[in-house]
Design a protein around this ligand. Structure first.
Ligand code: SF4
Ligand code: SF4
Length: 67
């Protein structure tokens, strides 16, 4: 199964990955990192196809996709 991991310390909560995901399984959480940004997270990893659209879109290279 594909898996997505976020390097949360680098996330700025811009939500570009939320828009990019064709499965609509990413959202910006209510947890903030040490810089004070709300971080993105995957809600249901079982639906992830490993397409890497999220990782390609992220301007801060926060997301690693494993498949
Ligand atoms: S790899 Fe694709 S399906 Fe999985 S979270 Fe990223 S954009 Fe969504
Ligand atoms: S695109 Fe990158 S920086 Fe923006 S919310 Fe998603 S993971 Fe965070």
């Amino acid at each position: 199964m594909a898996k997505v991991e976020f390097k949360e310390a680098l996330c700025k909560g811009c939500a570009l990955c939320v828009i990019a995901c064709p499965k609509k399984i990413i959202s910006v959480s209510d947890r903030s990192n040490e810089k004070g940004y709300f971080v993105a997270e995957v809600n249901d990893n079982s639906l992830c196809t490993g397409c890497a659209a999220c990782a390609t879109m992220c301007p801060d290279v926060v997301i690693d996709v494993y498949r």
